[in-house]
Design a protein around this ligand. Structure first.
Ligand code: PMT
Length: 694
């Protein structure tokens, strides 16, 4: 119903293609348009006015005066009424009259009075269409600003084939939609709107409510739909009809019901405008039967409802816009600014009950729109005009989003992470909390701008973050094991090589559904984001080390800084000087001077070794053997460093593949000698290499 409420004058002229006018009327009406058909006399020879009036639901106009009532059919009024005029089919004769101003029928006089844009869909024989006279007339119409809908090629009524067939009705309707909405930033956008009051039940006959009529929210919903948005309107109990047929309406009663619907819908939406007057509290107990009067006093215990706006503010992604209202009675602007910030809104619409004609139930409102840039104060207006101002503000922000914010977020993704949350170890199911955590982590890792560099899509580093939940309690306390791994393709092949892999046990953190995951390296008060950021920098840093010798210094130092600054988080994984290996010891060792040979190895092994191996196996493998000597050097510099052991663990399969197929016996024995010294527990793997040496 994208053309809902649009007023279209359809001019039909005498062509064999007039039958297509019936389909055109049907499609326009189906899209919600109001259609007034104006026919020329000769058009009536091809299609009956009865058909078109039945389909359009309006009497067809053809004469200057109605033969039944003698009333004048005002072409001037039609010219003012219409949002667009389509002449389809348009014959050569009518096109000529329109070009020359020969106003001898109602259609042409209507055309000459038309204030709205005009679309002309010619239909005629190919030679008539190609004739210089027709082409000149079409050029004249173009010069008047009319749009000519080029005819298609195909078989014509004359049985000749060529250009002259009237464009198909469905394409004309699409063109019209594009015309109306192409410039609207709201076209096709999904917008969620709340409206009306909420009723909080006390017993079957009583509730706590407020005076909201829904008028303001419904006006906003209508305005969004008129501008081409797909609107979901979640309304509390009101006595209003749905203001636009294209609106999807969901009726709710209580704040909890509104919360559940809105939270479920929001992830699919581009924006939300929260106009409902939501009760902040509800009766703690709802009586099943009518409460009887038993004494002079009674009190009702209330408990807090969720703050829907604040929930959405936490859920909001960087691609979504969120607007709220503030209904104030005092200190209006400062209260509104406080709500803007607290609920993480992009803008807030302030209306104050101190202003006459503003707020509940009336048909007018006086608002101030406040955002980060400042405040715009509007005079008292009708609620539909206020809705227009609010929706224009939203459109402006959406446009700025498209122009500035979206392109930035595309270049910010160094990591291409798959996040998995394995909950098989724990009893009970809070699938909502787990799904939300998984989604929040996926977005956090993939959307965060970890470096100042631009990564193309094919440069992103593939990695897996698998969280195995070891314990969970309803207050949001998690203990997890994190299996983190990153891989890089070997250039020119379909193989990939593991660059980092570690199993990190006993990570404790808190996550409450809809919490936004944020990382601030100066304030590491969230162990989850600190751990994830640590691994993000480690992965990107090691990847850069593998691209150029010591290339990852900057990023790896960031990981080291996190590890140093996170000492007071109380998580065992960060403990410095621990006899056990942990993420702190991994980065502390890797960045230690003693591990320089290992860091050199990262580049030589991957870029010179693996990449070359696939061009000429021998040369590449020899470089890898030299790298194993570098590994030995690093090991001898610091035998207790876990990072050398870790490297052999996650590379063991790759090394077995390399040396089982290539290399001489002595070379294999030397390599196995080094690997066995560093990681004797992996003897099964190293034995495979030795067997291949026999
Ligand atoms: O419906 P009408 O009769 O036309 O009246 C319109 C209106 C006065 C109701 C409307 O213009 C308006 O001001 N709506 C917001 C009323 C309100 O609840 O304001 P608030 O300042 O208490 O709330 C601030 C914001 O938080 C609002 O966007 C509100 O929808 C939201 N909220 C509030 C409480 C809650 N538990 N959840 C919420 O989402």
């Amino acid at each position: 119903m994208q053309l809902q409420g649009k007023k279209i004058v359809l001019g039909v002229t005498g062509s064999i293609a007039a039958y297509k006018a019936a389909m055109l009327v049907r499609l326009l009406v189906k899209e919600g348009a109001e259609v007034q058909v104006v026919m020329t006399g000769s058009a009536r020879e091809f299609i009956t006015p009865l058909t078109l009036s039945t389909l359009s639901g309006r009497p067809v106009l053809s004469e200057f005066f109605s033969s039944a009532s003698g009333e004048w059919n005002s072409h001037v009024e039609l010219g003012l009424w219409a949002d667009a005029m389509i002449v389809a089919p348009a014959t050569a004769s009518t096109i000529g009259k329109m070009a020359s101003g020969i106003a001898d029928n109602l259609l042409v006089t209507t055309y000459l009075s038309m204030k709205a844009p005009v679309f002309v869909a010619p239909a005629m024989d190919l030679d008539m269409f190609a004739h210089p006279s027709t082409q000149r007339n079409l050029d004249i119409l173009r010069s008047y600003g009319n749009t000519i809908i080029e005819p298609a090629s195909g078989e014509l009524a004359s049985h000749l084939s060529g250009k002259g067939r009237m464009e198909e009705p469905c394409n004309i309707v699409s063109l019209l939609k594009d015309f109306f909405f192409a410039d609207s930033p709201l076209a096709g956008k999904k917008i969620l709107i709340t409206a009306g009051p909420t009723y909080e039940k006390i017993d079957p006959v009583r509730f706590i409510g407020n005076y909201s009529s829904g008028k303001m929210g419904f006006a906003i919903a209508r305005e969004c739909a008129v501008q081409g948005a797909e609107v979901t309107l979640v309304s509390g109990p009101v006595a209003l009809g749905t203001p636009h047929p294209a609106i999807k309406r969901v009726d709710v009663e209580s704040a909890m019901q509104m919360h559940d619907v809105v939270v479920g819908q929001f992830p699919e939406c581009d924006a939300a405008i929260l106009c409902a007057a939501v009760a902040d509290y509800r009766p703690a107990v709802q009586a099943y039967e009518k409460i009887k009067r038993t004494s002079d006093n009674m009190s009702i215990e209330l408990e807090a409802n969720p703050d829907i706006a604040a929930c959405l503010g936490r859920m909001k992604s960087e691609k979504q816009l969120l607007a709220g209202f503030a209904l104030e009675t005092n200190d209006a602007e400062s209260n509104a600014r406080h709500k803007l910030q607290k609920k993480n809104l992009d803008f807030i619409v302030l209306n104050s009950l101190e202003d006459k004609g503003a707020g509940f139930a009336v048909d007018t409102n006086k608002v101030t729109i406040i955002d980060k840039e400042g405040a715009t104060r509007y005079p008292l207006k009708s609620k539909s005009e206020v809705a227009h101002d609010i929706v224009s503000h939203l459109s402006k922000l959406l446009l700025m989003f498209l122009l500035f914010i979206m392109p930035l977020s595309i270049e910010a993704q160094e990591l291409n992470a798959t996040v998995t949350l394995n909950t098989s170890k724990i009893q009970g199911t809070n699938t909502e909390a787990f799904n939300l955590l998984k989604n929040a982590l996926t977005e956090f890792i993939n959307n965060q701008k970890w470096t100042g560099y631009n990564y193309e899509e094919n440069e992103r580093i593939a990695c897996n973050f698998t969280f195995i939940v070891d314990s969970y309690s309803d207050d949001g306390a998690f203990t997890c094991t994190l299996m983190v791994q990153s891989t890089r393709p070997i250039f020119g092949t379909t193989y990939s090589s593991v660059l980092f892999k570690y199993e990190d046990k006993g990570i404790r953190f808190n996550y409450v559904p809809y919490d936004r995951l944020e990382f601030n390296e100066d304030n590491l008060d969230n162990n989850l984001t600190a751990v994830v950021a640590f691994y993000a920098y480690t992965i990107i840093g090691m990847d850069m080390d593998s691209m150029g010798e010591f290339g990852g210094n900057e990023l790896l130092n960031k990981a080291l800084n996190i590890a140093n600054n996170a000492q007071n988080l109380g998580d065992s994984g960060w403990r410095a000087g621990s006899s056990e290996n942990n993420r702190y010891t991994i980065i502390d060792d890797y960045m230690n001077g003693s591990m320089q040979p290992l860091r050199q190895l990262m580049y030589r092994y991957h870029r010179l070794g693996l990449d070359t191996m696939f061009k000429g196996a021998d040369a590449g493998r020899k470089i890898i053997t030299e790298c194993i000597t570098l590994l030995k050097e690093a090991y001898e510099n610091k035998p207790l460093a876990y990072i050398t052991k870790l490297f052999t663990e996650y590379k063991q399969e790759e090394l077995v593949n390399i040396y089982s197929n290539e290399g001489g016996g002595d070379e294999k024995k030397a390599v196995v000698g080094i690997l066995s010294e560093i990681s004797p527990s992996l003897s099964n793997s190293w034995d495979k290499i030795l067997k291949s040496a026999l």
